[in-house]
Design a protein around this ligand. Structure first.
Ligand code: UFG
Length: 337
């Protein structure tokens, strides 16, 4: 298939591009490079051994999006592009709603006009809000606690309505749990542009000497060791989930399909820190501080629907995630050039 990958230079997008090419697909990347570094492209080309077709523009530009679909024969789209920082979304709600929604409208309009009806959308476990039962199941009610999360809830709803109006669509809503890890080559990985908000890149920057110590947000949660529990999933497993979802969309009778992409296992902040210490070979400075507002005690997936319907499951362990992240971070202490 000829697959358009929006946000294909980003963290999850770049790992997925490699697996799409390995599976025999022809890939076009569209990326604004607002949150990705251009040097990713050369590394992807080195890993895949072929030139990558990259279009550098913002999907909110409807004319450029329309022209791309007019000029190229595209069979399916994987839509990763979007702003994703929870804290920033609270400070800049209008920018988040506008960017994430308008880019999706522009993309889906162009798809409809050019009769491209297969879409895989990057949703998030954040749509389960702060009241869900664990393990989280796809039929749980959705809500959000911040503007970033609401953009995911809203886009899911828009896509369900689009598919309701025209059942020839084949849409996958993939709800990711906590993506971590890096490509085993150590040449591509997560490279936050600012101080990392997320646990794994923060630990990795402490390990490499860019940050003094990890602040553990809360040691008094009702969890086995008092720290927050999450379902960390290796980005390579996540990328494989996208390829599986894309293939499944060619066979399914249902126009919208929602799949959790998680391992089904919860790991606490302390367990993750200790796994990273094993990967690095020494202890890492940390202190327990107050809870971070908006955080929940525990979040982990019920992945059985994806396992049954996609024939996919996450296989990499927390130790694999830490070893691969450390290989990437130690080889690239300041991220991409
Ligand atoms: N944590 C720390 N210290 C840090 C960073 C995080 O203790 O410096 C803790 C958090 O309190 C939480 C856990 O590590 O218990 C994971 O936090 P992350 O920020 O890595 O991830 P979240 O689960 O908060 O959020 C992530 C993504 C969101 C997404 C959500 C879906 O960042 O985009 O998962 O569940 F919406």
């Amino acid at each position: 298939m000829r697959v358009l990958v929006s946000g294909g230079a980003g963290y999850i997008g770049s790992h997925t591009v490699i697996q799409l090419i390995a599976a025999g697909h022809d890939v076009i990347v569209v990326d604004s490079f607002a949150n990705a570094k251009p040097s990713v492209v050369g590394r992807l080309e080195a890993l895949t051994g072929m030139p990558l077709d990259v279009r550098s523009f913002d999907l909110t530009d409807h004319d450029k999006t329309e022209h791309l679909f007019a000029d190229e024969q595209i069979d399916a789209v994987i839509h990763f592009a979007g702003f994703k920082a929870v804290g920033e979304s609270v400070e800049k709600p209008l920018e988040y709603y506008e960017n994430n929604l308008v880019s999706t409208f522009s993309l889906v309009r162009a798809m409809r006009r050019h009769d491209v009806r297969k879409l895989v959308f990057s949703s998030s476990a954040t749509v389960y809000g702060d009241n869900a039962q664990v393990p989280m199941q796809e039929d749980a009610p959705t809500s959000a606690t911040n503007p970033y999360g609401w953009t995911k809830v809203m886009i899911e709803q828009v896509l369900r309505d689009v598919a309701e109006a025209d059942p020839s669509w084949r849409i996958a809503l993939l709800r990711y749990f906590n993506p971590v890890g890096a490509h085993p080559s150590g040449t591509i990985g997560e490279d936050p542009s600012d101080i990392p908000n997320n646990l794994m890149p923060f630990i990795a920057q402490v390990a490499v000497g860019r940050r003094e110590k990890l602040s553990i947000y809360g040691g008094d949660y009702p969890t086995p060791d008092g720290t927050g529990v999450r379902d960390y999933i290796h980005v390579e497993d996540l990328a494989a989930g996208h390829v599986a979802a894309l293939h499944r969309l060619g066979q399914t009778d249902t126009s919208v399909n929602t799949w959790n992409l998680g391992t089904g296992h919860g790991t606490s902040v302390l367990e993750m820190l200790h796994a990273f210490e094993r990967a690095v070979g020494h202890e890492l400075a940390h202190e327990v501080v107050d809870r971070r507002p908006g955080d929940i005690a525990e979040s982990y997936a019920d992945p059985t629907k994806a396992q049954a319907e996609l024939g996919w499951r996450a296989t990499r362990t927390v130790d694999d995630m830490c070893v691969d992240t450390w290989r990437w971070q130690s080889a690239n202490p300041d991220g991409y050039p």
